[in-house]
Design a protein around this ligand. Structure first.
Ligand SMILES: [Zn+2]
Length: 329
């Protein structure tokens, strides 16, 4: 008992250390992160750059940092980052300059967004002020927001991806869109297995890039994610197929449908669980060809990394979404 205060003191010290560590790591929940981002976007939006475009650029940058090895992953709530010479000015002898006056003198873009006297690329507010300021200047010179975006990214595929993300955020009025769905109703009769890289398959884009989910004719096909319909129509391999681009730079490909949901058109924004069409066996021939193989949904996933788009295996994601759907069923 006499040792109790000492032991308590040691325990207290230990718990203080643990607390300090976990604070340093900022263990925020996903909802808290979404909420912090939204408040930043609202703080820095303008009539020229509405919040959902700031959010879309931020999300696009986050997406490519997750898959590109040649670019750093920015620490912080915001993922937007700039080359050091963009920030400090091309002729600035100090590439890491954070003084607003010398950055301005050397025609750098770095701004002080939180009025602490420094323009620091490690501060989220400074990064956001810098982006908005750049887009405002480009808008003033180039005339439209679209032209300002083109000046910043100089790549149509990237700009298309950003418009998709912005459109989804605008429609749902939030960035908290992590929900996903299994593409086939889990109460239906269906079967699928991991066949990534199999040489045989019916109608991927090139070789067999995707998972085949076998089900009866007419089984509803759900969008697995939030996104915009980018492709809808006939393809000689895929038959009646739909392509949906989501907010994670992923393109979802649904092929061999018997028909599309009649209310949908290219450009429409859908959510997880939206019925986009029905299982069929279309494809492998001229428009309207059907019945050359058993009815199934061919589901493919492609990642756009800012330069290329490459296929990855949907099977692990399907397992997760199926389990979630069965839990909620
Ligand atoms: Zn397939």
């Amino acid at each position: 008992m006499r040792n109790f205060p000492i032991i308590a003191f040691i325990l207290l010290l230990g718990s203080l250390c643990v607390t300090t560590n976990s604070n340093a790591q900022q263990a925020l929940s996903q909802d808290e992160i979404y909420a912090q981002r939204m408040s930043y976007y609202y703080e820095f939006e303008s009539p020229i750059v509405p919040w959902y475009y700031i959010a879309a650029i931020d999300q696009y940058e986050r997406n490519i940092q997750a898959v590109r090895k040649d670019i750093a992953t920015r620490e912080g709530i915001i993922s937007i980052q700039f080359p050091s010479h963009f920030w400090s000015g091309p002729l600035n002898p100090s590439a890491q300059d954070t003084a607003p006056s010398t950055i301005a003198y050397f025609a750098g873009n770095g701004q002080d967004g939180n009025n602490d006297g420094v323009a620091d690329p490690a501060q989220d507010a400074d990064v956001l002020r810098t982006l908005i300021n750049y887009l405002h200047q480009a808008h003033a010179t180039a005339g439209t927001f679209q032209a300002a975006l083109e000046e910043y990214y100089e790549n149509d595929q990237i700009i298309n991806q950003i418009h998709v993300i912005a459109g989804v955020y605008k429609k749902y009025n939030t960035v908290a869109l992590a929900e996903r769905a299994f593409p086939i109703p889990v109460r239906a009769n269906y079967s699928y297995k991991g066949t990534w890289g199999a040489s045989r398959g019916w109608g991927g884009r090139r070789t067999h890039e995707g998972t085949d989910l076998f089900a009866s004719y007419g089984t509803p096909v759900h969008s697995t994610s939030y996104g915009a319909i980018e492709v809808m129509g006939w393809n000689d391999y895929g038959g009646w197929r739909i392509g949906i681009r989501d907010v994670n730079n992923t393109y979802h490909y649904y092929a061999h449908l018997s028909s599309f949901h009649p209310d949908l058109a290219i450009g429409d924004i859908v959510g997880p669980g939206t019925v986009i069409g029905y299982v069929g066996s279309s494809g492998y021939g001229k428009e309207g060809t059907s019945g050359k193989f058993p009815p199934h949904l061919h589901y493919g996933m492609y990642k756009f990394d800012g330069r290329n788009e490459w296929a990855f295996d949907p099977f692990p994601s399907l397992l997760i979404w199926e389990r979630q759907a069965k839990k909620g069923d």
